[in-house]
Design a protein around this ligand. Structure first.
Ligand code: WQD
Length: 326
């Protein structure tokens, strides 16, 4: 028995791979990137582009040969700005990639499937706190590809008789191991740490939102908690033919200014901040309601903002001193 993790070389995927391995499970990783032995040590790693001709057949062979019974699908593109510039390519990558993986499951023993969805499916919600029943109105191609992925799973679980869970991630940050930090500077936490390290002021995108201090409010969730949510989803897969959707957040909103205060406190660095105009498309506040995942999977976030920032900072310095994944 093994678990297949697509995109297992990525930031969140690598955390889930290592967490599964710590439980003594056999993990098979497929990733389009060059295998990185540091990030995925002790896993079977295959380089595979899900969009390449014949990928579904290759993946099916791998699943059968390795005795895979569960799949966690991370492999996808995740940049909102890029999705606006290259929407069709995003649909190809994210929707096409998922279709290839689901096609590969046909005729295999895979019974359980976990899909990386996103709070981006909610778009710019009218209510700051969102439940899984809040309207799904994504406002960019990235968010739409995730919602389409959920719809595809609704249909596929019924026809193919496996069970699926979609996890709608809120703002993921932090590191479970210093060598597994987020190597990209695409989200607030990594952007801020990178800037203060380089002696540059963090930039605040707008201080005129309808929030207590005027800056944007989000729900920051520790990547270790997120990894545990995947394990809970795998362990408590529903009936064959079921597809359940869960928010994965903390239920606590943090503003950009609050986060910057925590960064100053944790790092001991003093820095100026620069407030500029709002970024196009940014909602004022998006925070998860997490009752469903707690009730149905018994999961709740264990780590607070301090732990997120402290672990991200440790990983940031580790990458600076040792290279990204040494
Ligand atoms: C967080 C807050 C910004 C940078 C995006 C995607 C979402 C998900 C996660 C996934 C906002 C503010 C940011 C900066 C700032 N994608 N900000 N200065 O926009 O909530 O969510 O990433 O894979 O789908 O939409 O995350 O980290 O970009 O921003 O003030 O330099 O920080 O305005 O309030 P966001 P983010």
């Amino acid at each position: 028995m093994a678990t297949l993790v697509t995109g297992g070389a990525g930031y969140i995927g690598a955390h889930v791979v290592r967490t599964l391995q710590e439980r003594g499970e056999r993990v098979v990783v497929v990733d389009a990137r060059e295998p990185d032995p540091g990030r995925n040590r002790d896993a079977v790693v295959r380089r595979l582009d899900l969009l390449a001709p014949g990928s579904a057949e290759q993946l099916r062979t791998l699943i059968i040969d390795e005795g895979v019974e569960a799949v966690i699908h991370f492999a996808a593109r995740k940049r909102v700005d890029e999705s606006l510039a290259r929407p069709v390519w995003y649909y190809e990558q994210n929707v096409g990639g998922l279709a290839a993986v689901l096609a590969a499951l046909e005729g295999t023993a895979v019974e359980r499937f976990v899909f990386s969805s996103s709070a981006a499916v909610y778009g710019s919600p009218e209510e700051s706190f969102v439940t899984e029943l809040s309207p799904t109105r994504p406002i960019n191609p990235y968010g739409r590809t995730k919602l389409i992925g959920e719809w595809m799973l609704d249909d596929a679980v019924r026809a193919q008789s496996f069970s699926a869970v979609s996890l709608r991630y809120f703002n993921v940050a932090g590191a479970g191991w210093p060598d597994l930090g987020d190597p990209e500077t695409l989200n607030l936490v990594t952007i801020v740490l990178d800037r203060i390290e380089r002696g540059l002021p963090p930039v605040v995108f707008g201080d005129d939102f309808e929030t207590p201090d005027g800056s944007g409010v989000r729900d920051y969730v520790h990547v270790v908690d997120l990894a545990h949510a995947h394990i809970a989803a795998l362990d408590q897969a529903g009936e064959p033919g079921s597809h359940r959707v869960f928010n994965v957040g903390t239920g606590v909103g943090t503003s950009v200014f609050e986060l910057l205060d925590m960064v100053a406190d944790v790092t001991g660095r003093r820095f100026e901040t620069e407030v500029i105009a709002r970024r196009a498309g940014d909602p004022a506040a998006v925070v998860a309601r997490t009752e469903r995942i707690t009730a149905e999977l018994g999961w709740r976030a264990e780590h607070d903002l301090r732990s997120i920032i402290a672990s991200a900072w440790e990983a940031h310095r580790h990458a600076r001193d040792h290279g990204p994944s040494a």
